[in-house]
Ligand binder design. Structure first.
Ligand SMILES: Cc1cc2nc3c(=O)[nH]c(=O)nc-3n(C[C@H](O)[C@H](O)[C@H](O)COP(=O)(O)OP(=O)(O)OC[C@H]3O[C@@H](n4cnc5c(N)ncnc54)[C@H](O)[C@@H]3O)c2cc1C
Length: 516
């Protein structure tokens, strides 16, 4: 079905960066709206985004890329674009040898054992439910555990692209995006085509009227600076220190002394996968922990520590001695897993956006994005999927639909001025939020705000969704996961020693818990 829009605007050229869930729903929304010239650039050879594992493509992620102590721009600096690219075209690209020193984090950050942490009825886009599945957790804990494995999610995203193959350009990275004449002018993209395993690449430029950045945010690992780590890394066996980005198989931890750094969701999964494989106890170092992951680590096989002060090489030359801020020392650590999150990086936009004040408020929070979506200076740029924490998929769906309406000049849509965007941002800043672009527990307010910009109304045409149920669905997702972990813990607390470890660990977790 084609929805109403201004025919001139529907002839404009739209570039979508990324063929993950966000790119899929954006393409679906733009085509339905009637846009005729849409291109999705995807740097990998497949769609599916982070849900398409490298192993499915026959590649193994590179575990040696560890940006220890690096800031966002140090970890993933903007690519140096060859001058010749600017006069090259898609038909006549500029070819050159690839530079093997260029650091990229193109791999998927997904591991095969992932089961979604959001209930299927809340995670899937409102217009298409997830395929039914009795996932392993449902088999074990009952049918209310209606989560999905990564394979179901991947298939779902691929299905959204079915019949739309002509709009996709794979193996094509957007390396730079800017407006040559500033906000209001066209988007000038520098593109690079490169196939896995190839030593050559092709460069060219193309211009677009609209730019939809759907490039995800879980790609560039964030690893804190730890004195001594870089030095000892060179002497340790391969894969002694990894980030969860490249975690795939619990077997590498068999009979090893393991330290998990960061009480994140991914490290919770790693902990449970290795509980019966690694040496006990599994050590956990963390500064603070979000309330909802506490039950994951309240386990009798986990011993909790403070942040790390320094590491040194053990006298056996194969493992680490770790000194914590509490002055406690453990030795003989053979595997370290950083579950310390990701930098939200848009290397292709960084330089241009910085000319206009950037979009970063410190290292982690955003600014200059109206409703955490549209660039304040020009709504022809959307940064999607910055809004995560439970509502991710519903957020990217609302962003895509609203943008399709806004960009097509849908009657009622509400283009905004810079002043309005600034007023909105100032008002929201007064709330003194921990993370400006995270909307829990204001999910309904966020969706309503986005919808209003797109349609001028309170809902999308043809859609009547109770967004007030979103908070409950998120809490229910977390509660079920919490119960699952608590039940694991109960089963493992078999003797006095286990119970004692459980109690000590619980005390540490509760003391440094952040209530969101
Ligand atoms: C281990 C793990 C588990 C997760 N579990 C859940 C969950 O249970 N529930 C949930 O809601 N979310 C979960 N997420 C979050 C996940 O990111 C989102 O579900 C979803 O994938 C976001 O979609 P996206 O399209 O924005 O990003 P992505 O899926 O990351 O897709 C972005 C795409 O853009 C491409 N790309 C990036 N840069 C460029 C460029 N310059 N040029 C061309 N292409 C580019 C990438 O190759 C990728 O294909 C999880 C994430 C991880 C890592």
């Amino acid at each position: 079905m084609t929805e109403i829009g201004n025919s001139d605007l529907l002839n404009k050229r739209v570039a979508i960066i990324g063929a993950g869930p966000s790119g899929a729903i954006a393409l679906t929304s733009f085509l339905r709206q009637g846009f005729k010239h849409v291109t999705v650039f995807e740097k990998r050879p497949v769609a599916g985004g982070t849900w398409s594992l490298d192993e499915d493509l026959g590649f193994k992620p590179d575990s040696t890329k560890l940006p220890i102590g690096k800031s966002r721009t140090e970890a993933q600096p903007p690519t140096v674009v060859p001058e010749e690219a600017d006069s090259a075209t898609f038909a006549q690209p500029f070819s050159k040898c690839s530079d093997p020193r260029e650091l990229r984090y193109d791999e998927s950050s997904m591991y095969p054992s992932v089961e979604t942490n959001i209930l299927a009825e809340f995670m899937a886009f409102t217009e298409k439910p997830f395929e039914r599945q009795v996932a392993p957790c449902a088999r074990k804990y009952g049918k209310q555990h209606d989560f999905r494995t990564h394979k179901v999610v991947r298939k779902y995203v691929l299905e959204l692209f079915e019949g739309k193959e002509e709009y996709l350009q794979f193996n094509t990275t957007v390396e730079k995006a800017l407006q040559l004449d500033g906000p209001g002018s066209q988007w000038h993209l520098t593109l690079r085509r490169h196939c896995y395993g190839s030593t050559t690449e092709e460069w060219w430029t193309e211009d677009f009227d609209y730019l939809y950045a759907a490039s995800g945010r879980f790609s560039v690992p964030r690893i804190p600076h730890i004195p001594g780590l870089e030095r000892v890394l060179k002497q340790l066996p391969r894969e002694s220190v990894i980030h969860t980005k490249v975690y795939r198989d619990p077997e590498i931890f068999r009979n090893k002394n393991v330290l998990l750094v960061g009480a994140s969701w991914s490290n919770a999964d790693v902990a449970h996968a290795i509980a019966d494989i690694a040496n006990k106890p599994v050590h956990l170092s963390f500064n603070t922990i979000l309330q909802h992951t506490v039950p994951a680590f309240k386990q009798p096989f986990i011993v909790a520590h403070t942040g790390i002060k320094r590491v040194t090489l053990n006298s056996n030359g194969k493992s680490l001695n770790v000194e914590f801020n509490s002055k406690e020392v453990i030795s003989g650590i053979e595997k370290v897993v950083f579950g310390t999150g990701y930098h939200i990086a848009y290397p292709y936009l960084e330089e241009y956006l910085n000319l206009y004040g950037g979009i970063w408020h410190g290292e982690r929070a955003t600014k200059n994005l109206y409703w955490s979506t549209w660039w304040k200076h020009d709504s022809s740029l959307v940064i999607s999927s910055i809004v995560t924490d439970g509502i991710t998929w519903r957020a990217i769906e609302a962003q895509a639909r609203a943008t399709a309406y806004l960009w097509s000049g849908f009657p009622g849509s509400q283009p905004f001025t810079i002043e309005e965007a600034e007023q909105w941002e100032n008002d929201r800043r007064k709330l003194n939020l921990r993370d400006f672009h995270l909307w829990w527990p204001q999910y309904a307010e966020f969706i309503a705000g986005i919808t209003k910009v797109g349609t001028g109304g309170t809902r999308f045409p043809g859609q009547d969704i109770d967004t007030h149920s979103y908070n409950d669905l998120f809490i229910r997702s977390l509660t079920l996961k919490g119960e699952q972990w608590a039940s694991e813990s109960e089963k493992r607390c078999k003797n006095k020693l286990a119970l004692q470890t459980y109690e000590q660990t619980s005390e540490q977790l509760e003391a440094r818990k952040i209530v969101a």
